[in-house]
Design a protein around this ligand. Structure first.
Ligand code: NAP
Length: 267
C-alpha cells in the first residue's frame, strides 16, 4: 500500500528553488508526501516536479518573515490531520554589502525575521506535536558561515550562527524524546541566493559553487541518520568548515572579507 495512510509527511520551507527544492525532491524520492512553501508562485511549478516523483503535494504561498505567515503554515500542517514526520526549516535570504554605508536596514530586519525569528517560531509549533508523538525529524539549513564572521554578509552570518547554536541546543534538550535535530551546513552553493542577496559582483558570487542536489542529498541522509550536523557538499567545503573551527575569528573574518567584498568578482 502506498497512500497517504502509510506514507510519511514532510514539510519543506523555501522549496521553490535551490537547496529547498532539492531537499523536497529527496523527500519525494524517498517515499514522503509533502507540504511545501515559498512566497512566490514558483512553488506550484516545483510541486509538479515533486508529484512526478510519486509524492502527494500541498503548496502554500506564505511570507514566513511575518508572524501570520508562519501561523498560516502551521495551521495548514494541522489541517492535514496527519502526523508530521519531518520538517526542513530551510527558507532563508542573505543581504550583501557594507553594513554602515550600503545595506538597507529594512532588508536586514527582513533577513532576521525570516532566518531567525521564523525558524524559532516554526520549530516551537511543530516540536511540541513531535514530542507528544515521541517521533520526528527536524532539519535546519544552517551554513558553513555559522562558524565564522562574514564581513559584507555580517547580519546573514550572524543569523546562521543563531540557527546553528539553537539547533545544537534543542537537539540536546530533545535527546530522550524520539525527536532528532540536524543542522545542514552548506558552503557556497549554486542557487539564486547570491543574486537575491546582491552578491553578484563578489568573489563568492562569481566563483564555482557546490551542487544543490548533492548538498540536499547529504542533508537528507544526515537527517535520516539522526546526525547533529553535516558539512555539505564538496571536499573544499568540508575542509573549509573543519579548518575554520581552529582559526581565530579575526583570521576567518579577513578571509571572508576577500570573498564578499563588493567588486571582488572574478573578471
Ligand atoms: N546558496 C548557498 O550558498 C547557501 C549556503 C549556506 C546556506 N544556505 C541557506 O540555504 C537556504 C536556502 O537558500 P538557497 O541557497 O537554496 O536560495 P534560494 O534558491 O534563493 O531559495 C530560497 C527559498 O526561500 C524562499 N523564501 C525566500 N524568502 C522567503 C520568505 N520571506 N518566506 C518564505 N519563503 C521565502 C524562496 O521562495 P520565493 O523565491 O518564492 O520567495 C526560495 O524557495 C537558506 O536558508 C540559505 O541561507 C545557502
Amino acid at each position: 500500500m502506498n497512500n497517504s495512510l502509510t506514507r510519511p509527511l514532510a514539510v519543506v520551507t523555501g522549496a521553490s528553488s535551490g537547496i529547498g527544492y532539492e531537499l523536497a525532491k529527496q523527500f519525494a524520492q524517498n517515499g514522503f508526501d509533502l507540504l511545501v512553501t515559498a512566497t512566490g508562485p514558483g512553488i506550484n511549478e516545483a510541486a509538479q516536479a515533486f508529484e512526478k516523483l510519486g509524492a502527494k503535494v500541498e503548496t502554500v504561498q506564505a511570507d514566513l518573515a511575518t508572524y501570520d505567515g508562519v501561523e498560516t503554515l502551521y495551521n495548514l500542517i494541522k489541517a492535514t490531520n496527519r502526523p508530521l514526520d519531518a520538517i526542513a526549516i530551510n527558507a532563508g535570504v542573505g543581504v550583501g554589502g557594507d553594513f554602515a554605508r550600503e545595506t538597507d536596514l529594512k532588508d536586514e530586519l527582513n533577513l532576521i525575521n525570516l532566518n531567525v525569528v521564523s525558524s524559532v517560531h516554526l520549530a516551537k509549533r511543530v516540536v511540541k506535536d513531535m514530542v507528544e508523538r515521541g517521533k520526528g525529524r527536524i532539519l535546519f539549513t544552517s551554513s558553513i558561515v555559522s562558524q565564522m564572521p562574514s564581513p559584507f554578509q555580517a547580519v546573514y552570518a550572524a543569523s546562521k550562527a543563531f540557527v546553528h547554536s539553537f539547533s545544537e541546543a534543542i537537539r540536546n534538550e530533545l535527546k530522550d524524546t524520539g525527536v532528532t535535530v540536524t543542522a545542514l551546513m552548506p558552503g557556497a552553493t549554486e542557487t539564486n541566493f547570491f543574486h537575491r542577496a546582491g552578491l553578484d559582483d563578489t568573489k563568492v558570487g562569481s566563483d564555482k559553487k557546490d551542487d544543490p542536489a548533492l548538498v540536499a542529498k547529504q542533508g537528507f541522509e544526515a537527517l535520516m541518520a539522526g546526525k547533529d550536523s553535516v558539512l555539505a557538499e564538496s571536499l573544499k567545503t568540508k575542509i573549509q568548515g573543519t579548518v575554520s573551527q581552529f582559526l581565530p575569528d579575526t583570521v576567518t573574518a579577513e578571509q571572508n572579507r576577500k570573498l564578499n567584498e563588493p567588486g571582488s568578482a572574478n573578471k
